[in-house]
Design a protein around this ligand. Structure first.
Ligand code: 8YV
Length: 311
């Protein structure tokens, strides 16, 4: 029996440390709830991996649970209100992943603009020699970028795009200290102004469907949408329609409503760069995320201050 239960599918960088710690591990919250009563009563902390809903119904199975340590900065899967009502603390893994997430946002935009996937296929297939040069692509540098949500990740993305000589625009709950960057009071006005719109919002009910049909229409037929936040932030029906009908030019998407099996209509779109929710997925960052998660658990068990508390 252990005080700590690991729930979900830890990636390769977390598996070895977990085995060394000897924590009980189950692959899902359903499996966790099915553990025998004595084991469930012994659980003081849960190391949580993945994005399945974790609310009162699941928390109730663990009467002595005091901490849910989330693997990831976004904790929208966890109902923090339900946790707080039961005196359960929640922690996340902020900051250590900012660089990687921002890097992937830029990479998807660059890939969309320069069609690196299609161009590489031309080399590998021999079509370069047989058919000639790849069709001309779109310039990325120097265009206008908009960031939706100017938190820590949004800033990292903006800093990178600024280095690509882009004019920077943003919308957030409030105007920030951002000399030279233009604040827009609403997302439609932001979308209307820019060539590229990058979503860097937090997930959860407050931002559900935030990028509406109107925002996409304002982005327009030459606009490109990049999403590295959560699939929930976009009206996905409207996005699929906009991509299919050329209401926007294209997209780079790392997140979807139905992960890991996104709506099949995405798969047929040639104007979208699709990624498997892997913005934080480097060995370096996943090591740091796992360490921060385990450090929060160790602090909790030792009765010390949590490093990155959410509630
Ligand atoms: C995931 C993420 O945590 O940090 C976040 O909010 O979405 C990612 O880093 C990671 O994919 C593990 O599920």
């Amino acid at each position: 029996m252990t005080d700590v239960l690991a729930v979900g599918k830890p990636d390769q960088m977390s598996r070895e440390p977990l085995a060394e710690l000897g924590w009980t591990h189950v692959e899902s919250l359903d499996a966790a709830q099915a553990l025998d009563e004595e084991t469930r009563k012994g659980v003081k902390a849960i190391a949580f991996y993945g994005h399945s809903p974790f609310a009162a119904a699941q928390m109730e199975a663990f009467p002595n649970l005091g901490l849910i340590a989330n693997f990831g900065v976004g904790y929208d899967a966890i109902n923090v209100g339900d946790a707080s009502a039961r005196g359960i603390k929640v922690t996340n893994t902020p900051d250590v992943l900012n660089d990687d997430v921002a890097d992937l946002a830029v990479a998807m935009l660059l890939d969309y603009c320069r069609d690196m996937r299609g161009a590489e296929a031309r080399v590998r297939s021999g079509a370069w020699g047989k058919e000639g040069a790849h069709p001309l692509q779109r310039k990325m540098s120097g265009q206008k970028a908009g960031i939706l949500g100017m938190g820590r990740i949004g800033r990292e993305i903006a800093d990178r795009l600024a280095a690509f000589k882009m004019e920077m625009h943003y919308h957030a709950r409030s105007e920030k200290e951002t000399p030279g960057w233009t604040y827009h009071a609403d997302p439609v006005a932001l979308a209307r102004e820019v060539d590229f719109l990058v979503i860097a919002l937090v997930g959860g009910p407050a931002t559900a469907g935030y990028v509406t049909k109107e925002v996409l229409e304002a982005l327009g037929p030459t606009g490109v949408l990049i999403n590295i936040s959560r699939g929930t932030t976009v009206d996905e029906e409207a996005l699929i329609e906009a991509l299919q009908q050329g209401k926007i030019a294209g997209a780079g998407l790392d997140v979807f409503l139905n992960e890991p099996n996104p709506d099949a209509r995405f798969l047929a779109l040639e104007n979208a760069v699709l990624q498997p929710h892997q913005a934080s997925a480097t060995r370096e960052t996943r090591t740091a995320m796992g360490q921060l998660q385990r450090d929060n658990i160790a602090a909790f068990l030792a009765g010390k201050d949590l490093l990155t508390p959410v509630n």
